[in-house]
Every structure is written in structure tokens, then in C-alpha cells.
Design a protein around this ligand. Structure first.
Ligand code: 4AD
Ligand code: MG
Length: 432
């Protein structure tokens, strides 16, 4: 009996006979040899079947397996620097579970629309393999970063009675004899959790009924949101900087084959080092107003082209603070030195990915917050529980939200967020 193992663990089995279980990624034959590019989800490996080393029936079957045929192959592990992945299997036995002919996604170029419609199969492609594995590493690294610093993961609910990030992008769903809304952000609950546990994060799907067709928008995306009691804006900016440096470092350390498959320029990731540049909204405005390609209007929020102009001036994430209160959410604390501005930060990723983090210090004063809720014409009754946090032991606190798919897109060097979530949901597509 040979050991059943996976491609990513082959380095531990050089010289031994092992069994791999997977799918045919590619195949070519040269007379007495079949070269099977096997994929098993953990990696890719060339398996070479020589006519003299295998049962004649298996040799014949391997000669006709099409792409994505499922197979079990046994053979000796050889270290070979020239082999993709560094190892090769000299096949001595095995089994074809299902021989496939006519797999819809071939190595030729396909349009993205077709690929998206085949997402359940497209995930098997090498680029998607790399992106999903890096996504996993990013999630793992984020969790580790916060767990190690004593944060408690406290999940926020998906069904909510009210809005967090403005009323225009809410998904309303029937909820027995009333309506509920899919959460736009776990923040309001994270604030309650922070008052209970000090340092918390929530990490889960969030929903925005945004009628945006851009490469940065999904209707369902994942957000990681830390919230910290007794913290101010500066504290959470430092936290965001440390977090991003850590995540990029972890991906560089653990995802070499994936980054290679994506042909990622590693120097761009290696440049992600503290300190990140920090500017205020007013400073950013000045730059844009003087820029020939910008259509920026003073007082407005920055549009995607503005963010691109600003981010291209730097090789690392750019932190922009002190936006006008009018363009930001009701819960943000005003700057005591200029109450028209709020104590907030947007982190704009490099290489044109746009905003990857939005955060702020929160308004902790009951009367101020109530005034904001009224000014934003939000339903006061629904916010009573949130106002309780300002009635019972209110403290300064701050937090932020990191958009997972935009972050993964940036790290992978992938243009569109739809490739950064397993089953993307956009304005036009909820299938498959
Ligand atoms: O800036 P946003 O709207 O901030 C909040 O929701 C805060 N309540 C977070 C907090 O302070 N706890 O969203 C945060 C991040 C954005 O920077 C972006 O990366 C991502 O979420 N994001 C989206 N990603 C994909 N598709 C969309 N439609 C997104 N909308 C926001
Ligand atoms: Mg934002």
C-alpha cells in the first residue's frame, strides 16, 4: 500500500511511492509515454506513465482521458527542478474514475461572460485556483493578526432591522409579517460587542444593493470589521497599517506557487512596508484640483478616477483622513478643531484598486449622535438599542471595515472583484 497524499505535500515524500487523487488538467502523449498534468486542488504535478511500468489497460485508458477526467495515480516521487512545481510522479499504477470528453472550458481563451456563467467549473482553472488559495490565506492571516492581539471574534447578524451605511443601498427581504434588511456592515453590532468585550472583530458577508457595474462592486462581499473601545482615529489607522503589512507578508511567505501562477510582480508586494503615506481630504483635494485629468469638485467625495490619480503617486496604500462630514456616514465623530470634517480614514490601495478600507472614530455623545440620526432622517425608534451604547458607559471608540475581495484583488493583481469571491453576486448575475 502506498501513502495517499496531496501535491502540496510531495516534498515530504521524495523517493517514496505515493497515491495522488485528482483531475486531469492537461495531457499529452509521445508514443510510449503519457504526460498527465494532474491537479488535486492543492497544486499541479506532472505524472509520467511509461508503457513498460503500468498495466496495459491503464496505459490505454490514460491515453484517452480528456481534460477534467477524475483519476487516482500511484507512483514514485522524483524531485526535478525543471518540472512545474518541482516534483514529478513516475506512474506505476492507478485508476480512471471517470473518463471525460468535452469539458466546456478548454485551454483556449474564453470570454469572461462565458466563464462567469460556468463559475462552478471555472473555479478549477489555474488562475482561479491561485486567487481562491490566496483569498483563504488572507482570511487566515487577518484572523490570526486579530486573535494574536487579543481581539474577540463576535459575529454580527445578517438580518437587520435598519440601515448602517445609508438607506439607498438596502436589500429588503420579507421577514414573516414584516420586512428585514440584509446587513450592509456589521459595524453597529460590532460597537455593541466592543462595549461588551473591549476589542472585537466581525467577519462575514455584507450586502449592498448598489446599482454599480464597476470592477470594484459586488452586491454580496465579505468585510472584516475590527472595533476597539477606548481607541481613537490614530489608533485604528495604526492597526490598519499593521494589519495590511502582516497580511501581505504572510501571502508572500506562504503563497509562492499561487503568486507565480498569477505572474504577480513580487516587488510591488515587497514594497508594502510601514509607514504608509497619510494625507487629509483637504490636501488630496488640492492635488486633484491642480491635476489636468481630474474632474474633482471641491467638497465632493472622491470618485474612482480621483482615487486612482492619488494612489498612483505612491507604491503603498494611501491613508486619506478628515473628509467633509456631509459625504460620510452619520455615526462618524466630528473633528473638534473643524466640525465640518469628521475623524475618518479611507485607505486607497495601490495599483488602482481603489478604496480597500473605510473607518472612523465613532460619535460617543448621546445628544450629538441623536442629532445626526435626525439630520440623516433615520428611523429613531430602530436606533434606540444603538443609542443605549451612549447611555450606559459610553467611551471613545473607533474601528474600520476592510473589503476582502478588493484586498484580494490588489494582492493578486487581479482587475475585477468578481474573480475574488468563489460565487460572485453582481447586479446582473446570481447564477450559478
Ligand atoms: O467604506 P464602507 O462602506 O464602510 C463601512 O461599511 C463601515 N461601516 C466599516 C466600519 O467602519 N466598520 O465599506 C468598507 C469597505 C470598503 O472600503 C470596500 O473595500 C468594501 O468595504 N466595499 C465593497 N467591496 C465590494 N463591493 C462593494 N459594493 C463594496 N462596498 C464597500
Ligand atoms: Mg467607504
Amino acid at each position: 500500500m502506498s501513502t495517499i497524499t496531496t501535491i502540496e505535500r510531495l516534498s515530504q515524500h521524495v523517493g517514496e511511492t505515493v497515491t495522488l487523487r485528482g483531475w486531469v488538467h492537461n495531457k499529452s502523449s509521445k508514443g510510449k509515454l503519457h504526460f498527465i498534468q494532474l491537479r488535486d486542488g492543492t497544486g499541479y504535478c506532472q505524472c509520467v506513465a511509461f508503457v513498460k511500468n503500468v498495466d496495459p489497460q491503464l496505459f490505454e485508458q490514460l491515453g484517452s482521458v480528456g481534460q477534467e477526467s477524475s483519476v487516482i495515480l500511484t507512483g514514485e516521487v522524483k524531485a526535478d527542478e525543471r518540472a512545474p512545481g518541482g516534483y514529478e510522479i513516475g506512474v506505476s499504477g492507478g485508476e480512471v474514475l471517470q473518463s471525460v470528453d468535452g469539458y466546456p472550458i478548454t485551454p483556449k481563451e474564453h470570454g469572461v461572460d462565458f466563464l462567469i456563467s460556468q463559475r462552478h467549473l471555472w473555479l478549477r482553472s489555474k488562475k482561479q485556483w491561485a486567487v481562491m488559495r490566496i483569498r483563504h490565506r488572507v482570511m487566515m492571516s487577518l484572523r490570526q493578526f486579530f486573535d494574536e492581539q487579543g481581539f474577540l471574534c463576535v459575529d454580527s447578524p445578517m438580518f437587520t432591522p435598519n440601515a448602517c451605511e445609508g438607506t439607498s443601498t438596502l436589500f429588503e427581504v420579507p421577514y414573516f409579517d414584516r420586512s428585514a434588511y440584509l446587513t450592509q456592515s456589521g459595524q453597529l453590532y460590532a460597537e455593541a460587542s466592543a462595549m461588551a468585550f473591549g476589542k472585537v472583530y466581525t467577519f462575514g458577508p455584507t450586502f449592498r444593493a448598489e446599482k454599480s457595474k464597476t470592477r470594484r462592486h459586488l452586491t454580496e462581499f465579505w468585510m472584516l470589521e475590527p472595533e476597539v473601545a477606548f481607541a481613537n482615529l490614530e489608533d485604528v489607522m495604526q492597526l490598519a497599517e499593521d494589519m495590511l503589512c502582516r497580511v501581505v507578508r504572510d501571502v508572500l511567505e506562504h503563497c509562492k506557487p499561487e503568486l507565480e501562477a498569477l505572474e504577480r510582480d513580487l516587488s510591488k508586494l515587497e514594497a508594502i512596508q510601514a509607514p504608509f503615506p497619510r494625507i487629509t481630504y483637504a490636501e488630496a483635494s488640492k492635488i486633484l484640483l491642480a491635476h489636468p485629468d481630474s474632474e474633482f469638485v471641491e467638497g465632493d467625495d472622491f470618485g474612482a478616477p480621483d482615487e486612482t490619480i492619488l494612489s498612483e503617486m505612491h507604491d503603498r496604500p494611501l491613508m486619506i483622513t478628515h473628509y467633509p462630514a456631509e459625504v460620510k456616514a452619520f455615526y462618524m465623530k466630528r473633528d473638534a478643531e473643524d466640525p465640518s470634517k469628521c475623524l475618518c480614514v479611507d485607505v486607497i490601495g495601490p495599483e488602482g484598486v481603489g478604496e480597500i478600507i473605510g473607518g472612523s472614530q465613532r460619535e460617543e455623545d448621546l445628544d450629538e449622535l441623536l442629532a445626526r440620526i435626525r439630520a440623516h432622517e433615520l428611523p429613531e425608534e430602530a436606533f434606540q438599542w444603538y443609542l443605549d451604547l451612549r447611555r450606559y458607559g459610553s467611551v471613545p471608540h473607533a474601528g474600520f471595515g476592510l473589503g476582502l475581495e478588493r484586498t484580494v484583488g490588489w494582492i493578486c493583481g487581479v482587475e475585477h472583484v468578481r474573480e475574488c469571491i468563489p460565487y460572485p453576486r453582481t447586479m446582473y448575475r446570481i447564477e450559478p
